[in-house]
Structures are given as structure tokens and as C-alpha cells.
Design a protein around this ligand. Structure first.
Ligand code: SAM
Length: 372
């Protein structure tokens, strides 16, 4: 399936513009652009410099040097380790299963030196339109890069069109642009709709999921997807709230319930434990609404058939559930002789990379080589 070329990133019909009015509505009073107030913009929409990295390179460099990710940008992780392993040569054909901001795609495209082709996939219709435009601007048009709006569970379809691939990369999970945009509902830190879908045009939001499942299922989800130690207490509190007619529609509705549930903890433990339980609960819901384990499983199953003999694959994971699936698949397929070699240990980003990009801290990289 080819990427649908939409005019801007605001593809969901119901989304509103910055001023809160429907786009294109006439007769609205003119609103001035929201500007930084002082040197520390307080919210996402005020970070207009960070949201235009091409235009404000100095601001971006300062934010990165301080160990933060500029809003509207994603810092690619383990780029050197990935390139060292993939050994990309001009003329090769590759696949980036998770385009995101396009940082890894661009680094791999550079290795092709104008010869060969990369197919890149993403299910996010909002960010991938922007990335496509950005990469075109950087000189990587359709002659060398094809972007597909597609789930990586369907990699066999791209391979049928133009495979097999000499190299494949998957950098799992969410991008910083997705996490940092409050409208997407990925972060417990900012107010926003409790959505958490990578593709908001499909499936059900996390708020809707919570209304549909029962306490037992929610408890199981919290344990299975993120090893939440207070799964029982949180599941009970969520279901009691909903049964009493309370609403859990926003990120802060859910955060408040988690914090109230953990209020029995001693004061010195409360802050850190509540933060971690919020992170784990949001992660568990995200994995659920995006069927992340199911699609990763399908991807891993199909992978050997899309790789050329001697083809190389690298996968970055961000939590133990993902890493377990990748580790097991590589190990079993190596034992079966389908992969000639596979990582026995994970590769981790350097301490310096983690200092500059704290979001890299949980990254594990695994790799495998398809038998000749
Ligand atoms: C960590 S980001 C990738 C960042 C990218 N490597 C870069 O350098 O900018 C993960 C991306 O994968 C996408 N994604 C997650 N699951 C996916 C799936 N099943 N199929 C396709 N894309 C997916 C997300 O929408 C997100 O944009």
C-alpha cells in the first residue's frame, strides 16, 4: 500500500487548529502566533522554535546539549552501532520498519551514496507526512526512498513488491514527537485526551478501552504489559470510578486516580512510585491499544522471508516484553539454521549517548544475519 500524500500533518478530520477553531472556518478573529514567554516556553505549542528545527538550528543545538529532545523532533538512538552492524553498501535495498522522524532512514540513505533504495514504513499518519516532506527537502525523493503508510506486521507485502532486502531496521515504540504532543495522549505529564493510538484514525482510544474491559482484564494487562506492582489496586480504582459514573477521558483523569490509589504509600516513596506507576500504566495501555506484541510477533515471523541471503536485521527495543520476543525469535531461528548468526548479548547506547539523550537509557539493540 502506497503512502497517501496528504497536504499537511493535520489529517484527522476532527482535529482542531492551534486557536481551537475548526481549520478553514471564516470570520474568526486573527490570532497572533503564540510566542516564547521569556527563555523557557511552558508548553508544547509555545515551543515554535523547537517545532521548526530546520529554521532554528541554534536553539535545537542548545536544547540537545542540555540533554533534552526538542519538541517536534526525535533524536535517533545507536545510529553508529546500527550502521556498523548493517554494513550498507551502495546499490543495496533496505527497509526501515519504523520511519518516525526519519533520522535512521536518512543515515542509512547516506550510506547508499545515491544508488539503491529504501522502503520505510510507519502507521502514524500525522508525523510520517511531515517526515516525508522533510526527507524530500533533504534530497531523498521517491527515486531512492518509498514511504508506506503501513503496519510493519505487513512487511511481506512490501517484500512482494520490491524485496528481498539486504538490510532491515526496526526501532520499536513511540517517537519523541508522539510523546511530546499532548493531543496524542501518550504522556501522563501533560493534559490531553487519553488516546495513545499510533494511528488515531483506526482502532479504539485508551479511554474507550477502559470503558469496555473489566477489572480482571485491566489487572492482567497491567501485569503482562508492564509488570505493574500495584496492578490490582489501580485496576480496582479505575473500575470503581467508572461504575460510579466518573469519567476517565483525559491523561490527567487517569493520573489522578493512580496517585490517589497510591496515597497510602509513605511520603518519601510516594512521588517516585506514583511516577513509575503512571509510566507503566500508560505503557501497558499503549501496548494494548496498538496491539504491539501481536504485530511484533507477526513481524518477527515474516522477517526471514523478506531478507535476502546474508541480509542483516537490527532491532531496537525499549522494554523487557519487546526484548524477550526478539531474543526468543532470533535464538530459535538461529538454532533452526535460518539465521546464520544472531546477537547473544544486547548492545546498549554509550553513557555519553544516554547523557545527551536520556530517552536512550532503556534501549537494547539485537541483531541477526539471514543464512546464505
Ligand atoms: C522510535 S520511533 C522511530 C524513530 C526513527 N527511527 C527515527 O530515527 O526518527 C518509532 C516509530 O515507529 C512507528 N511504529 C510503531 N509501531 C509500528 C508498527 N507496528 N508499524 C509501523 N510503524 C510503527 C511509530 O509510529 C513511530 O513513528
Amino acid at each position: 500500500m502506497e503512502f497517501e500524500n496528504k497536504k499537511d500533518g493535520n489529517t484527522a478530520g476532527h482535529r482542531k487548529d492551534v486557536s481551537g477553531t475548526e481549520p478553514g472556518t471564516t470570520g474568526q478573529p486573527h490570532k497572533r502566533r503564540v510566542r516564547y514567554k521569556g527563555t523557557h516556553p511552558r508548553n508544547f505549542k509555545e515551543k515554535y522554535k523547537e517545532l521548526q528545527p530546520e529554521k532554528y538550528a541554534d536553539t535545537i543545538a542548545k536544547v540537545v546539549q542540555k540533554g533534552s529532545t526538542p519538541a517536534g523532533m526525535h533524536i535517533s538512538i545507536c545510529v553508529n552501532e546500527i550502521l556498523d552492524f548493517l554494513q550498507i553498501q551502495p546499490g543495496q535495498k533496505g527497509l526501515d520498519a519504523t520511519l518516525g522522524y526519519g533520522g535512521h532512514t536518512q543515515a542509512m540513505l547516506k550510506c547508499l551514496k545515491g544508488e539503491g533504495h529504501i522502503h520505510a514504513l510507519d502507521i502514524d499518519p500525522i508525523e510520517s507526512v511531515k517526515t516525508k516532506a522533510r526527507l524530500e527537502q533533504a534530497g531523498f525523493g521517491e527515486e531512492i526512498l518509498t514511504i508506506h503508510h503501513m503496519n510493519f506486521a505487513d512487511i511481506d507485502q512490501v517484500a512482494e513488491e520490491d524485496g528481498p532486502f539486504d538490510f532491515v531496521l526496526a526501532d520499536l515504540g513511540v517517537s519523541s514527537m508522539q510523546i511530546d504532543n499532548p493531543e496524542r495522549g501518550f504522556s501522563y505529564k501533560t493534559e490531553g485526551p487519553l488516546d495513545l493510538r499510533l494511528n488515531p484514525e483506526k482502532g479504539e482510544s485508551a479511554a474507550k478501552r477502559l470503558r469496555e474491559i473489566d477489572q480482571e482484564e485491566l489487572q492482567g494487562m497491567l501485569i503482562e504489559n508492564s509488570d505493574e506492582p500495584y496492578a490490582e489496586e489501580i485496576a480496582k480504582a479505575v473500575m470503581t470510578t467508572l461504575k460510579r459514573g466518573g469519567k476517565i477521558e483525559t491523561t490527567q483523569d487517569l493520573r489522578r486516580i493512580i496517585e490517589e490509589t497510591l496515597s497510602f504509600l509513605p511520603e518519601r516513596e510516594f512521588k517516585e512510585s506514583a511516577k513509575k506507576s503512571c509510566q507503566r500504566t500508560f505503557q501497558a495501555l499503549r501496548i494494548d491499544v496498538n496491539s504491539e506484541f501481536e504485530v511484533l510477533y507477526q513481524f518477527l515471523e515474516k522477517l526471514p522471508d523478506v531478507l535476502a541471503p546474508g541480509g542483516r536485521v537490527a532491532i531496537l527495543t525499549f522494554h523487557s516484553g519487546e526484548d524477550r520476543l526478539v531474543k526468543r525469535s532470533f535464538k530459535e531461528l538461529k538454532r533452526a539454521g535460518i539465521y546464520s548468526d544472531a546477537a547473544t548479548d544486547v548492545i546498549r547506547p554509550s553513557a555519553e549517548e544516554c547523557r545527551l539523550n536520556p530517552r536512550a537509557r532503556s534501549t537494547k539493540m539485537r541483531w541477526a544475519v539471514r543464512s546464505e
